[in-house]
Write a protein that binds this ligand. Structure first.
Ligand code: ZN
Length: 244
């Protein structure tokens, strides 16, 4: 009974998630639907069930999301609408393989390191794809252990330099943005240090926390070769107007 309800919910969440895209563009619904899918997958008893939930989500998502194809059949090709809908559903059955694989991956990762690992992996993947779009397909990223005073353990996220493409040299000289290392730091993260929790009267044996920061200002400073990052926060319109 619970199984069946989970499957129906996954399918319904898939339908709702399509509303986040044009023409409705209700994107918070997509985020909520994805969170719901993650929750359902976390309760799955086996990898087969996790994959099935992802697949049902995908069938719902792509059937609703690609409904315009049925309309196109009728108006553009003057074919009956039912034929278009058959095409839409068949396409959805196939495309849903991808969310099924994603659900399977999330389930397997959660088994190894819990849901924080799934979220960390999803976040890193998203940032990596974003950097590849921004700086080119050959951009590499790395996630490595690091030190910060207020988190323990700590980790940092770097990406290969957009100017020297990771070589550390630019025009036979030491590359400036990466200071010759070939890597640029983008963000830091870690588990909140127990002493920090104690300082705000939170019991670290009961509660834990994670922290992360992401340097958008740093990125802007690197891209436009701004000498001092503080210029960005002085709100001098003459300065800010240079960047559009
Ligand atoms: Zn460089």
């Amino acid at each position: 009974m619970l199984e069946r309800r989970a499957r129906l919910t996954a399918f319904a969440a898939g339908l709702v998630s399509a509303a986040g895209f044009a023409p409705l563009s209700l994107w918070p619904l997509t985020l909520a639907a994805l969170a719901l899918l993650l929750h359902l997958v976390s309760t799955a008893q086996s990898w087969q069930r996790a994959a099935l939930l992802g697949w049902l989500f995908g069938v719902g998502h792509f059937t609703f999301g690609n409904g315009w194809i049925a309309t196109a059949f009728t108006y553009q090709a003057e074919m009956p609408a039912w034929l278009g809908w058959i095409a839409v559903v068949l396409l959805a059955l196939y495309l849903a393989v991808y969310p099924a694989l994603a659900a399977l991956g999330a389930w397997a990762l959660a088994r190894r390191g819990g849901w924080p690992l799934v979220l960390a992996f999803a976040g890193l993947w998203t940032v990596t794809e974003w950097l590849r779009r921004l700086f080119g397909e050959d951009t590499k990223t790395r996630f490595r252990p690091s030190y910060f005073p207020f988190t323990e353990p700590s980790a940092e996220f770097d990406f290969s330099c957009f100017k020297c493409h990771g070589t550390g040299k630019y025009e036979n000289d030491r590359c400036r943005p990466c200071k010759g290392s070939g890597w640029i730091e983008l963000g830091g993260s870690g588990m909140v240090h127990p002493n920090v929790l104690r300082a705000v009267n939170v019991d670290p044996t009961v509660y834990s926390g994670f922290a992360f920061g992401f340097g958008l200002d740093r990125m802007a400073a690197l891209m436009y070769e701004i000498d001092d990052i503080r210029y960005l926060f002085e709100n001098d319109v003459r300065f800010l107007e240079q960047f559009r």
